[in-house]
Design a protein around this ligand. Structure first.
Ligand SMILES: [Zn+2]
Length: 284
């Protein structure tokens, strides 16, 4: 990645309104006299308030606490006019949020309602020894909620959703890409950081907003396929978590590897349900 892109991205990362640094957490625990878990539970309404729920009117908030000590908010997202298959759950939003910051380990997920089966399967794709879930009324380990699970290890997959090797898609190898198009280069970067061990369909999205802000998304696949998270859904989740609206989107780029599995059609459909911007796509 060029230095200009790195700086642009660093600025947007600092501006993330739904991410807390370890320093902020320390300040908040001191100010509130709450322990970390009590503080996380107290912050859940902040995450819930970011939910987009035109169908269910049921707001779920989640916080993924990463190994680096950063906290990532997530909320459920439903898109009116779309199949429910395109909805995103709060736990997916929080873990996808952590993935976008290249976190490699999730210590705990705090969530306002017991995780559904879909989310249990999604979280199992982390392929971690353990993952603690903190609910308002209980602590429970993921393997207690999902005994005899099917997952990456059953497919001889040694790494997990956050620890995949980086891809090798490069602008220089694709004549369809303008090497000075920063947004498209960001989408390539996201595709390289995506997780698609079963289909090899690396895919990334970058959205540019009217104010110059950028929202990113990357594909996070699943051994059981369906709980996987599409790159456009993750990018739109980032948009809402940061308080923006689809009408703020000025440009949208998707990059993907050309395989039997494809994101382009679904991503374009999801984007079209949200705004009038036409999706620009490039395949490798
Ligand atoms: Zn769920």
């Amino acid at each position: 990645m060029s230095d200009v892109l790195k700086n642009t991205l660093a600025q947007h990362r600092l501006a993330d309104a739904a991410r807390f640094s370890p320093t902020q957490i320390t300040l908040l625990t001191k100010a509130t006299q709450l322990g970390e878990e009590a503080l996380a539970l107290a912050l859940l309404p902040l995450a819930q308030q970011k939910a987009q729920v035109p169908v269910s009117d049921f707001k779920v908030g989640a916080i993924a606490i990463s190994g680096s000590g950063h906290w990532y908010l997530g909320a459920n997202m439903e898109l009116a006019g779309q199949s429910l298959n395109n909805a995103l759950h709060a736990e997916q939003a929080a873990i996808g949020h952590a993935a976008l910051f290249d976190e490699q380990h999730i210590e705990k997920v705090i969530v306002s309602a017991s995780p559904c089966g879909h989310c249990r399967q999604f979280m199992h794709e982390l392929n971690q020894e353990s993952l603690m879930l903190v609910l308002p009324e209980a602590h429970v380990m993921l393997n207690e909620l999902l005994p005899h699970a099917f997952g990456p290890a059953d497919l001889s997959q040694s790494y997990g959703m956050l620890t995949a090797p980086t891809g090798t898609l490069a602008a220089v190898n694709n004549p369809d890409i303008n090497p000075h198009d920063a947004l498209m280069l960001l989408a390539i970067d996201e595709a390289n950081a995506s997780y698609a061990p079963y289909s090899q369909n690396r895919a990334g999205v970058a959205l540019q907003l009217e104010g110059g802000q950028i929202c990113r998304g990357r594909y996070l696949e699943n051994a059981a396929f369906n709980p996987g998270l599409g790159p456009m859904q993750l990018a739109l989740s980032q948009l809402f978590l940061n308080g923006y609206q689809p009408s703020d989107i000025e440009r949208a780029c998707l990059v993907e590897a050309s395989t039997q599995v494809q994101q382009t059609h679904n991503a374009a459909q999801v984007l079209a349900a949200a705004c009038d911007v036409k999706l620009e796509t490039v395949q490798f």
